[in-house]
Design a protein around this ligand. Structure first.
Ligand code: NAD
Length: 297
């Protein structure tokens, strides 16, 4: 059984990005920039934002954090997003969700310039993803696919079951798995809370992607021998953090599995960093510059 080490993979991606960012900083005169907007005092959101700031520091990215009280008016946040859209130092804008009650999250997300939408939640990026066009991919599903790529576990021609249909994980993941490519081209079934016989669906799968939020929902008797499990779930329980799969129960039946914690979790921030560096490169036309250098040689 292969234990898919998301922590080590994410660290390797961050190291690659750090090298890239340092190189481009010298050439372009500025580092890639990420702006994070945090509204209210939700403790989990504060932890996530801190982790993102730490990752930016590690990579040498420029980052700015905007801490706003929970009663910030909608129009003040919209003005902030408009200003960040125009800000030449900022390549990525992230609004930490969930926003406090009373704020229209969708309206705020929709205002982010799609070319700075490093979370990949803007309808333009969602649309591009559904068309198979280049876009910012949402970080958690992108992290799942990147793990498959780095562990050489191609899904092409295989049966995949995605459990969960949220806009941030399940739905985009299903879209990524159905498009072309080695780590795609799967035959995908999406299950959700109204799926009558979850076990019967999952048992068909060569690849199981769990994004549910129910601790240890998936047991060995629901899993085909030799299946690969990518467990996105992060559930706080009395025994600590656990995934949506019962790791101890399934581990001898699968060919590869992500642990919780240390699986998909660390990949999300690594992919956010990757999207920010990609946005910077697009904005600074790094590709054209590199092509010119090659040409001049
Ligand atoms: P969500 O609550 O938005 O969606 C859960 C989905 O699971 C829904 O589509 C629902 O229909 C489905 N569902 C619920 N109960 C079910 C059942 N009994 N059988 C089948 N389907 C069922 O959740 P989300 O935001 O997609 O997150 C899912 C899990 O992934 C959570 O544990 C969350 O903490 C975790 N998560 C992890 C990361 C990460 O960075 N690793 C990122 C986002 C979410």
């Amino acid at each position: 059984m292969i234990l898919i080490d998301g922590k080590a993979t994410a660290a390797a991606i961050r190291a690659e990005l750090k090298e890239e960012a340092e190189k481009y900083k010298e050439v372009c005169g500025r580092a890639p920039g990420l702006a994070v907007v945090l509204v209210g005092d939700d403790p989990a959101s504060q932890v996530y934002v801190r982790m993102k700031s730490r990752a930016c520091d590690e990579l040498g990215l420029h980052h700015r954090q905007y801490d706003k009280p929970a009663d910030t008016p909608q129009d003040e946040l919209e003005d902030l997003i408009q200003a960040l859209n125009q800000d030449p130092q900022i390549d990525g804008i992230l609004v930490q969700l969930p926003l406090p009650k009373g704020l229209d999250s969708q309206r705020i997300l929709d205002m982010i310039d799609p070319d700075k939408d490093v979370d990949g939640f803007h309808p333009v990026n969602v649309g591009r993803l559904s068309q198979g066009a280049p876009c910012f991919e949402p970080c958690t599903p992108a992290g799942c696919i990147e793990l498959l790529r780095r562990y050489n576990l191609p899904t092409a021609g295989k049966k995949a079951v995605v459990v969960g249909r949220s806009n941030i994980v399940g739905k985009p993941l299903a879209m990524m798995l159905t498009r072309g490519g080695d780590y795609a081209n799967a035959t995908v079934t999406v299950c959700h809370s109204r799926t009558p016989d979850l076990g019967a669906e999952i048992r068909q799968a060569d690849f199981i992607f769990a994004a549910v939020g129910v601790p240890k929902l998936i047991k060995a008797d629901m899993v085909k021998e030799g299946a690969v499990i990518i467990d996105v779930g992060i559930n706080r329980t009395d025994e600590g953090l656990v995934g949506d799969c019962d790791f101890e129960d399934v581990k001898d039946k699968v060919s590869a599995i992500t642990p919780v914690p240390g699986g998909v979790g660390p990949m999300t921030i690594a992919m956010l960093m990757k999207n920010t560096v990609t946005s910077f490169k697009k904005r600074m036309r790094v590709g054209e510059f590199e092509a010119k250098l090659k040409w001049e040689k």
